[in-house]
Design a protein. Structure first.
Lengths: 778, 50
């Protein structure tokens, strides 16, 4: 496995500024702590007198809770407390706080359970083993109710009602429309255009974080609660815990330790956080809960499974005329972040093309299965699997060049997605050009092997505030010490993606110091400013803008003093680069940064230099302030005897604006390729009567390191005016094109059209058999 | 046009003799745009009465 970056400078928007730190290869600022084992994860937290918690879970997909008898469990020596829904305030919580009806989940429900694995009671004991043994002594009396597992069954009139008052189990709907879709289809038909419709089924996917859900809660008699948690957002966790416990946010401190992966699955309140907090509050003792791998599989959340109907009209010369899509998603038992995935899936299903008429109706349906939520790509990988394959098939049906069709319909700079978004920077066309060039350079690949392509775009931070946060989306505070070192306080959350390194680079560049001068403090609500956290590819753009603003504020204070100190004519401009404070027009004329800091602090009556910055997007449409673009090519081979896929290489042309850290970019590319390929042909969550059949690492297949193909990237540099130093997202969006590109490779290699994920050998063999029978019948 | 949280809209459709949820699901399960056409007719009629 190796990743190479081909340097390609492109775009008229690209500035010619030479950076000192940005776009240099910076190793993760927390890399040494991680590889030497000094990094402390929630699993590693140990407090004096700490108890261990375990959670009893429902064996039924849908049942009323008649009674819970905990008396026998309480008699077991070593057990300190057992809690059920009756020990809580019974508050229904959710991350969509602006909409009360979408806050539908009681962790430890009072009346009924809605999926297998839902928590019903929690135990705290002196050891994990005793807590585990106590679970067997809790007697829960259920009245089993009829259950429903698929969205298309759950919307039927006679389907079981999962949430009282929610008709036909429809949880959320979303409609997106522009142009006159019916007229556009009618016109396409009249003018001899080509109309094609297909149904697709996209599977779920487990987040597969190396670190399972974990939390340690410590409540003290003063009425203060501290929670150490594996979370993507310390602020969300703080606010949600305070809400369900009836506490003030300021009385809850959340410390996000090092996080072993999140991928969209760790910014809601989970049962480890909630149950440990309830137990700790009851006992005034610290309580730790760590999910087992099996618990993580059955009772965390998953990528949303989707059924897509797609109807597209294309002119005979390859212009995309109209599209209407309908999507049913399997929402599982609760809303979670699935409502956002519903919208984003429909929005990115239109990407990256200029549709004159577009209509999407999305329906999120409750079922008696594990809840679905956000996961890297946020509904877009499913949308692209359907869209990009159908476009490829239409090109083949009409005998058109798929690169040319994509090029002539692609987004360009300054394009407005009608009523939805404004695109400022866009390197889509260049991405297509470079991938076409790369694919053609590969020549003939031989039998049963082909290159499939897929293009897409993705957001650089979500604008939506469903959480109803009164705070800025991102904030940063920077203080400069007497020796010139810099303390950077951010609310952004590093979950392994390297955001602390990205923010340190932006701080170092802005202040004109070295990367080793920056110390990043994040993930502690008591010391760091509020921030929405790590989701929606937002931290580089939003956190980066806040950091840049804070550093500019601090730098301005330093330079004001430097002007006075150096006695300069006010027409001269000053700057700091590589710790050298200088006149821009005469760089040799200046002073050392450390000397300036010492003098400036003395001049400020001994106060350290403090800078503040914040960022909230305004007037940037409904989705995101900026969009990344990419085209990916997958070179894959199919064994016609076994249906097995071998992926030889993945090449991606990627416009992420100005890259901040090329090493981080490579890490994101490889991580996304592994996750997206797993989604494309390996990972699945099959169930039987609501029970997950593969909740372990033996039966749940992920790509192992030796199976990873060679991955490469062609960097298309553009300059995004809204991003810090022109940067956009780089990482989440890369998960989106792979399943479609692999599907298209299989189409070109074998002549089969795959409409269901994952692309397993069984499905490929079935499709090959059907193709053979069809040809024989001709 | 449709969406969660739009309770007033939902109640109004039902006061016109239509089931909101039936219209909603018909929109997704039937080809064309029938539910929206019904809705727009209802809105036009209601405007005429003003």
């Amino acid at each position: 496995m190796s990743t190479e970056i081909k340097e390609l400078k492109y775009s008229t928007f690209k500035t010619n500024i030479k950076y000192s730190v940005i776009n240099t290869k910076v190793h993760n600022v927390d890399g040494i702590a991680k590889v030497t084992g000094r990094a402390q994860y929630t699993f590693d937290i140990k407090l004096p007198g700490m108890l261990y918690g375990k959670i009893l879970r429902s064996p039924h997909p849908h049942a009323k809770i008649i009674n819970i008898d905990v008396s026998k469990a309480m008699e077991l020596p070593g057990v300190k407390a057992v809690v059920t829904g009756k020990d809580t305030l019974g508050i229904k919580q959710g991350i969509w706080r602006r909409y009360e009806e979408l806050c539908d989940e009681q962790i430890l429900p009072l009346e009924k359970v809605r999926y297998i694995g839902e928590p019903v009671a929690a135990v705290a004991a002196v050891t994990e083993e005793i807590a585990e043994a106590a679970l067997d002594l809790i007697d829960v009396e259920y009245e089993v109710l009829p259950a429903v597992y698929e969205p298309l069954d759950a919307i039927k009139k006679d389907a079981p009602v999962i949430h009282e008052g929610v008709e036909r189990n429809v949880n959320v709907t979303r409609h997106i429309e522009w142009g006159d879709v019916d007229e556009a289809f009618a016109e396409a038909e009249k003018n001899g255009g080509y109309i094609r419709e297909d149904w697709f089924r996209c599977s779920g996917q487990h987040h597969m974080c190396m670190e399972t859900r974990a939390a340690v809660s410590s409540y003290t008699p003063e009425g203060k609660l501290t929670v150490w948690a594996s979370t993507q957002s310390a602020y969300y966790t703080q606010a949600l815990i305070a809400g369900v416990l009836g506490m003030r946010e300021g009385d809850v401190r959340v410390i996000a330790t090092y996080v072993g992966g999140g991928f969209g699955g760790k910014f809601e309140l989970d049962a480890a956080m909630f149950c440990s907090a309830v137990l700790s509050k009851k006992l005034c003792k610290p309580v730790k809960i760590v999910f087992t791998r099996e618990e993580d599989f059955i009772a965390s959340k998953r990528r949303t499974p989707m059924y897509y109907y797609v109807r597209t009209a294309m002119s005979r010369d390859g212009m995309l005329l109209a599209r209407e899509s309908r999507m049913f998603s399997n929402g599982g038992a609760y809303t979670g972040m699935g409502a956002t995935a519903l919208y984003l899936s429909g929005f990115f299903h239109s990407f990256p093309y200029k549709w004159k008429a577009y209509r999407y109706d999305g329906y999120r349906v409750y079922t008696n299965t594990m809840p679905s939520t956000s996961m890297r790509g946020f509904g877009a990988p499913q949308a692209m699997f359907c869209s990009e394959q159908q476009i490829e098939w239409m090109c083949a049906d009409l005998g058109l060049d798929p690169y040319e069709v994509r090029r002539k319909n692609a987004h360009t700079e300054c394009y407005e997605v009608p009523g939805q978004a404004f695109i400022q920077s866009c390197g889509m066309t260049e991405c297509i050009d470079k991938i076409e060039e790369w694919a053609k350079s590969k020549g003939d690949l031989g039998p049963n092997r082909a290159i499939g392509i897929s293009s897409c775009g993705f957001m650089s931070g979500g604008i939506f505030n469903w959480f109803d946060s009164p705070y800025s989306f991102s904030s940063a505070v920077v203080t400069i010490n007497i020796d010139g070192t810099v303390e950077l306080y951010v609310g952004c959350q590093d979950i392994g993606q390297g955001s602390n390194t990205t923010l340190a680079i932006i701080a170092a560049e802005t202040l004109g110091v070295k990367i080793e001068d920056i110390k990043v403090h994040s993930g502690d609500t008591e010391h760091c400013p509020a921030d929405l956290g790590a989701w929606g590819s937002r931290q580089t753009l939003m956190g980066g803008n806040a950091v840049k603003m804070a550093c500019e504020d601090a730098k301005k204070q330093l330079l004001e003093f430097a002007y006075a100190e150096m006695g300069l004519n006010i027409v001269y401009d000053l700057d700091i680069k590589d710790r050298w404070v200088h006149v821009i027009a005469r760089p040799e004329r200046g002073m050392k940064y450390e000397d300036l800091v010492k003098k400036a602090i003395r001049a400020k009556d001994g106060q350290r230099i403090v800078g503040r910055g914040y960022y909230t997007p305004h007037r940037k449409g409904m989705i995101s302030p900026a969009y990344s673009y990419m085209m990916q090519a997958v070179d894959a081979e199919v064994d016609p005897e076994t249906g097995k896929i071998k992926v030889h290489e993945i090449m991606t042309a990627h416009d992420c604006g100005q890259p901040i850290n090329p090493l981080g970019l490579v890490g994101q590319l490889e991580g996304a390729a592994s996750m997206a390929l797993g989604y494309a042909y390996l990972e699945d969550l099959p169930t039987d009567e609501g029970k997950l059949l593969n909740p372990n690492l033996v039966d749940y297949k992920v790509i192992k390191a030796p199976e990873m193909p060679k991955t490469g990237m062609i960097d298309i540099e553009t300059y995004e005016a809204e991003g810090p130093y022109g940067a956009k997202e780089a990482g989440e969006g890369l998960t989106n094109p792979t399943a479609a590109a692999l599907g298209n490779a299989i189409f070109h290699a074998m002549g089969i059209q795959m409409k269901e994920l994952p692309l397993t050998p069984e499905r490929i063999l079935k499709a090959l058999k059907e193709k053979k029978e069809k040809e024989a019948n001709k | 046009m449709f969406g969660t949280g739009d309770k007033a809209h939902r109640a109004w459709i039902e006061s016109q003799g239509y089931s909101y949820i039936d219209l909603l699901l018909e929109q997704v399960s039937e080809p064309g745009n029938k539910s929206y056409e019904i809705l727009s007719e209802l809105i036009e009629k209601a405007q005429d009465k003003l």
